[in-house]
Design a protein around this ligand. Structure first.
Ligand code: BYC
Length: 330
C-alpha cells in the first residue's frame, strides 16, 4: 500500500483553521510533546512522512555497511578488524529495528526493500562515495557518524514513539562509532608523514559529502516545514549542518589537519563558523543515481537479497513446522 503513496508525501503546512477537529486534536498532542503511538489516530501524511523518513533511515544503515565492509578483511590489525566488524554489525541491527519501527506504521519490510531495489526509495547520499584507503574508515566514523549523531540526538525527541525510542539506542552506539573513527584519525594524523597525508586526503574527500548528509538548504527542503510542525524533525537541515561544522573544525585543528574549505573561519559576531556550502548540483546528481558508487551499491544489495532467498525460505518453513507441531500438541 505504501508503494502508491511514495510520491505523494509532499505537503505544505495546513493552517489550523483548515484542519478537521481530529487533525487539530492531533496537532495539540504534538504541541504538548506527547508521543504518538502506533495505534493512535494520525493524519495520513504524517504516517507517509514517517514511513519515508524511517524507511530511508533503515536503508541508509543497511547500504551504509557496504563502504566499511569493503575494509573488514584489510583492517591493519586484528583489534581494528574486531572493532570494525562490531560497528558494521551494529548497523545491520539498526536497519532491522528501524524497519520494525516502520512496520508499526503499516508497511512491511519486504515492501520497503522492494522499493529500495526499484530505486523508488532513497538512502543517504554519503554511501555513494567510495572508501579508497584505510583512512576513509576513520573519516566515516568521525565525520559520517558524527553528522548522523548530530541529527539523531535531536530525533530522540521526535513525536513518533517507536522512532524516538529506536534513536536512544542508536545514539549510544553512534557515539562509540564516532569515537572509533576519531581514534583511527588520531593514529593516522599523528603517525608517519604518509599516514598523515592519507588522513588529510580522506578529510578532503569526505568533508563536503558529510555536509550534504543534512539535506538540501532549508529554502530548498520540501519536507522541513511540515515535518517541524509535526515534530518529526526537531531541527532544520541548516541548523544541524552549522552545529556539525562548529563541532568539527576544532577537531580538525586538534588533528593538525587542514579543512578543505579555504574560506572557513570563526565569525566573532555570531560565534559560529562561516563556511562554503557544498556543490548542491553534485548532491542532486547523486540523489538521481549518478554518484560514483550508486550502481555498485544497488547491485550489491540486490545480489545479497537474491542470494539470501534460501535462508528466508528455510526460516519460514521452520516457523511453519514449529507452528504446526504446537497446534498438534494443543
Ligand atoms: N541523502 O525535504 P528534505 C548512518 C532527500 S545512517 C539522500 O530536506 P527531509 C550510518 C529527501 O529524502 C544515518 N536523500 O527531506 C550508517 C527528500 O527526497 P524525497 C542516516 C536526501 O526528509 C552506516 C529530498 O532530498 N540518517 O549514520 O525533511 C554506516 C528533500 O529533502 C538527503 C538518517 O537517515 C541525503 N543526505 O530531511 C555509517 C536520518 N537529504 O524523500 C553511518 C533521518 C535529503 O522527497 N533522516 N534527501 O524523495 C532525516 O533526518 C531527514 O530525512 C533528512 C532529510 C535530514 C536526511
Amino acid at each position: 500500500m505504501y508503494a502508491q503513496m511514495v510520491k505523494t508525501a509532499r505537503v505544505g503546512v495546513k493552517p489550523r483553521d483548515e484542519m478537521t477537529e481530529q487533525e487539530r486534536a492531533f496537532q495539540d498532542r504534538v504541541d504538548a510533546n506527547e508521543k504518538i503511538e502506533p495505534k493512535d489516530w494520525m493524519p495520513d501524511d504524517y504516517r507517509r512522512t514517517l514511513i519515508r523518513q524511517i524507511g530511508q533511515h533503515a536503508h541508509s544503515e543497511v547500504v551504509g555497511q557496504l563502504p566499511e565492509g569493503n575494509w573488514i578483511t584489510r583492517a591493519p590489525t586484528l583489534e581494528r578488524k574486531a572493532i570494525l566488524l562490531a560497528k558494521v554489525q551494529d548497523e545491520a541491527g539498526r536497519g532491522l529495528y528501524l524497519y520494525s519501527a516502520a512496520e508499526t506504521l503499516g508497511v512491511s519490510r519486504d515492501e520497503l526493500i522492494e522499493l529500495l531495489h526499484q530505486g523508488r526509495m532513497k538512502y543517504s547520499s554519503i554511501f555513494n562515495y567510495p572508501t579508497l584507503t584505510w583512512a576513509d574508515v576513520g573519516a566515516i566514523g568521525w565525520l559520517v557518524d558524527g553528522a548522523a549523531i548530530m541529527n539523531q540526538v535531536h530525533l530522540q525527541r521526535t513525536s513518533y514513539g517507536p522512532y524516538a525510542r529506536a534513536m536512544v539506542r542508536i545514539c549510544k552506539e553512534e557515539s562509540f562509532h564516532q569515537r572509533q573513527g576519531y581514534d583511527i584519525m588520531m593514529k593516522m594524523a599523528f603517525g608517519t608523514p604518509e599516514q598523515k597525508a592519507m588522513a588529510q586526503d580522506a578529510l578532503n574527500r569526505f568533508w563536503y559529502p558529510s555536509l550534504m548528509m543534512f539535506g538540501p538548504p532549508d529554502q530548498d527542503s520540501v519536507h522541513t516545514a511540515q515535518s517541524m510542525a509535526w515534530k518529526i524533525k526537531v531541527a532544520t537541515n541548516d541548523e544541524l549542518r552549522q552545529k556539525f561544522v562548529d563541532q568539527t573544525v576544532p577537531q580538525i585543528e586538534y588533528l593538525g589537519l587542514t579543512c578543505p574549505d579555504p574560506d572557513i573561519r570563526l565569525n566573532e559576531e555570531t560565534g559560529h563558523y562561516d563556511f562554503t556550502p557544498p556543490d548542491w548540483s553534485e548532491f542532486f546528481a547523486v540523489l538521481k543515481g549518478n554518484g560514483p558508487c550508486n550502481k555498485d551499491r544497488m547491485k550489491a544489495r540486490i545480489t545479497a537479497w537474491e542470494d539470501g532467498a534460501w535462508v528466508r525460505e528455510g526460516m519460514l518453513a521452520h516457523a511453519r513446522k514449529k507452528a504446526a507441531a504446537t497446534a498438534a500438541a494443543e
